[in-house]
Design a protein around this ligand. Structure first.
Ligand code: ARG
Length: 260
């Protein structure tokens, strides 16, 4: 997918063996997302898995917010199956729905170039809690954040996970993040991206499209970002890059209303 393409682009910018896949120095247990824990059933009830191998979040009973690079484009699309209501994808309690229509951000070109969001209308309303998109300008783009997904638990993993994992990560400034990615030839779209992560803890392949969340002042989860891209996973100095939802709140609200 698009992530392979990105790896290709980055590979050409990296000299062979420049960065070890993972630093097993024992400072952080290198486990799970990468460096996370199993999610308890019910803690993240709006979290969904998409059949193309991405995550997503229910923003309305029949609307899922995911990454632009997880979908093929805008228009009718019945190819996506959504699994919801469970942390274990094989659970008999899983709730399933199918996509009907997709709206991808108009300006989307590729995951590293901003506008990496999309909404999916489902063929039926799901009776599950929804996740609000962050209110702009309330200091909400500051961490710590919670990341979650069924993606790989290490950069070199050959498979994705059956059970949902989560972890907590601090924000990384746009300046530091842009500087790091400039060294590998990628220009960070600073006003549309949010970087987060710490040594040994990150999202990874298969987590794309899933939410980056924090608790708001009243203790409710609110979505601040969407898993977008990164150089490998959990590499020291290369944080995960997330779509900065405060930049797209108005557009997402309008599109959600069209799909609801
Ligand atoms: N693009 C990836 C996907 O398709 C997500 C990568 C996130 N990488 C990271 N290091 N945070 O699943």
């Amino acid at each position: 997918m698009a992530s392979l393409l990105l790896l290709g682009v980055l590979a050409t910018a990296l000299s062979v063996g420049e960065i070890p896949a993972r630093a097993g120095d024992g400072a952080q247990p290198l486990r799970e997302v990468v460096g996370g824990n199993l999610a308890p059933q019910g803690r993240f009830p709006w979290m969904v898995r998409l059949s193309m191998g991405c995550g997503g979040a229910l923003t309305a009973p029949r609307v899922v917010l995911t990454a632009g690079h997880c979908v093929a484009g805008s228009g009718p699309d019945t190819s996506i199956t959504v699994t919801a209501g469970v942390t274990d994808l094989t659970s008999s309690r899983a709730v399933r729905a199918r996509s009907v229509t997709v709206i991808r951000a108009d300006g989307f070109l590729s995951e590293t170039r901003g506008d990496d969001w999309a909404l999916i209308r489902l063929d039926r309303a799901l009776n599950l809690p929804t996740l609000d998109v962050t209110q702009a300008g309330v200091g909400g783009d500051k961490g710590p954040f919670t990341i979650l997904g069924w993606g790989q638990t290490s950069e070199g993993a050959v498979r994705q996970e059956r059970r949902l994992r989560y972890a907590t990560v601090p924000m990384v400034s746009d300046a530091a993040c842009a500087k790091a990615y400039r060294t590998v030839g990628v220009q960070l779209v600073e006003n549309e991206s949010l970087c987060a992560g710490r040594r040994g803890v990150d999202t990874c392949q298969g987590d794309s499209g899933g939410p980056l969340v924090r608790k708001d002042g009243r203790g409710r989860w609110t979505q601040v970002g969407i898993v977008s891209w990164g150089l490998g996973c959990a590499r020291t100095g290369y944080p995960g890059v997330y779509t900065q939802l405060s930049a797209f709140r108005a557009a997402i609200r309008i599109a959600t209303r069209r799909l609801s």
